[in-house]
Design a protein around this ligand. Sequence first.
Ligand code: GLC
Length: 415
Amino acid sequence: MNQQTNPDREARNILIANDRGGYTIPTEGLYPYQWNWDSAIAALGFAEFDNDRAWTELETLFSGQWSDGMVPHILFHKSDPGYFPGPDVWGCNGPIPSSGIIQPPIAATMARRIWEKDRTVGEARVRALFPAMLAWHRWVMKWRLDDRGAVCTTHPWETGRDNAPDWDNTMARIDASDVGEYQRRDTSHVNSEDRPTKFDYDRYIKLVQIGRQSNWDQQTLLSANPFRVADPTMSFTSLRAARDLLALSAALGIEADGLEDDIARLEAGALSLWNDDLGSFDSRDAHSGEWSESVSNASYMCWFAGIDSEKMLDRLRHTLDTVPYPIPSYDPDMPKFDARRYWRGPTWAIINMMVGIGLNDMGHTKEAEQLRAKTGDLISAYGFAEYFDPTTGSPAGGNAFTWTAAVWLHWAGRN
Ligand code: GLC
């Protein structure tokens, strides 16, 4: 146990220490660049004590936007040999060296929250960013939807839940025998038992190679990429982003055609991820139509997207009552549950926050408060770790982690 004496100060210090000048790294060593959804969460954390710096974070993220609207999952501002795969492996041509995939598009949602916190500082900034945020939303609508309107991930890293059991069946069908030699860097920073396996890593790299061979051309990748899975993280965050963009456009009087139609399409898509036999929102292979049969923490993000579900609420209540440190990234009653291995069991504060925000928005204030308090207790007892063992609370992965600090400042620590 690493009881925090002054967690507010500690959290602010983590953000400040991880600031590399206009952008924030997730943690020193393991993740030395600007990650897309981490950065949106970092901005939310900064907004609690430095609203101007919060906007700068988002502006730096969008400075890496490609001309077609795509906003990459990593921006390699300054080269760092401690991370693999770096810019030379991705081979992308954006305005800033970057990866060729996205991450869950939460920037517009966080921008709205930051603007609501201080409209005087935020007015000009949010106006200036709006076209870029809308262009990214349109890119997602154009390239990531399946035929039912659910949003797909085209690489496990794209969804932000790298090694979730959701991808196992699809990954098992990928031939990575010709991936070649490469050297992982992640396992030299943290315990390999906490990280994805070599089997998964070979396929992560193989998918990067396929993207590169296709020159990251999305039309080509629609047929060349064997990995395309409709997933709750992408679907719920994209739907939420569309709603927030619509709210911003109305409040600021900015034209943004088509958002209502997009919302209807995304809503139908998100609802199509309900797996009735499983009794949960689930992922679905977009090529084969097969369900993943996975109850993950992303399944609970329905409320964040403005979708209510009595069955998910029952599940959540059960989880809050039975799991010491909820929400586990994979259901502990399922055979693949692994309390320490990354997205196959551990609890992640950022997902908890998004679930909590959604619950609160939809009037489930009791559950929202329970989840917030439990997340707050977890962080104040065990520190600002990347993620936590849901059975013991023990911290895992990297430490002094930006998004855990930001979640503390914006949500978990605010009782
Ligand atoms: C891992 C996580 C991903 C996160 C990144 C940086 O890849 O799975 O969600 O964005 O680390 O923290």
